[in-house]
Ligand binder design. Sequence first.
Ligand SMILES: [Zn+2]
Length: 360
Amino acid sequence: MRGIVTYDRRDLRVLRDMGFLPGGERMGAGEAGARNLPFPLHVFYEIKSVLGRVEPPLPGAHNMISCFGDNRAVEADPGLAAVGPDGLRAVRGTPYFDWDWVCPSEPAYRRRLLELVERAAAEGIAGLRLDTVSFPREGFCRCPRCRAAQAASGLGEEEWRAATIAGFVREALARAGAGRPPAPPSDPGAGSGPRPGPRRGHRDRLDPGQAAGDGSASAAGGILPGPAGRHGGTRPASSRPLLSLTLYPDPYGDHQFRRFGVDVAQLAPLVDFFVVPIYDLHYSTTYWVETLAWGFRDLLGDTPFVVELYALNVDRKALLKAARVADAYADGILLAYERAPEALAVLEELGPTPARSRLA
Ligand SMILES: [Zn+2]
């Protein structure tokens, strides 16, 4: 996979005019390759960032939604903030946090997120990428709502956290009509699947999201339902949006599970691929890019993943070296936040995805 990540509307105009997105005045309907790239180009666009600003869905692109990072929501209702040990709130201005984190079991907020997912999925998008889908840190969330939900589940805190996150992703998948098709029956696995770790066996025991009432169709919260999807219920399976999920760049041990409540063994069957941002301003050394990328290859096994590199104003040679290192382990490269024409030129020089990649 080759792709670019942007939140800049100017990039969208450029990409439309180049034919990489639908609606360009010159090109008409978008067709990847219109600029004669030797590979399809995937465009990722933030329709909801951690700032909390919501943009209209963007057809033809992977629509990115920051889920539980949302400054605006917490500013409007401080009671939404996740709460950790000793009453520490997961908000800016306290140790550890660059943005405000919403408690992942708050039912009205979850409902608004899922409505946004459904609205985007109805707009002919290429994919849906879920960001900040986790608890903010180990020990979170211990608000009264979460404590009650955990007690009702009968699970320990870590297992309950993982089940809560997986329950949300499962609901998003159902609302989007996205995600991996069922695995073919004849694949006993080559022993390289995601490592289940110590929490195997808790999978599917409960769905706390449903217990919190996320299944209702209330439009409370001000995000209005969108128009009916242009593909309706007749969308062929091949055009369903791809579902991806962003992981914090730490593949070691069970850090994803213990720190964030992210159990890759539960999530891998739900998503088409994971995205791992590995950012630096210079990439003057790349051994750490390699150890992280290889670590994720081991951690995720049969589930594809792409590495997202920070590309804005980064030296081109250094960026290309980092991309080639990551490409040796990942299923593709995304370049973030560089202007579209420059990012495209770097991808052209990088060339098509290696043949062993599991993502076109
Ligand atoms: Zn909570």
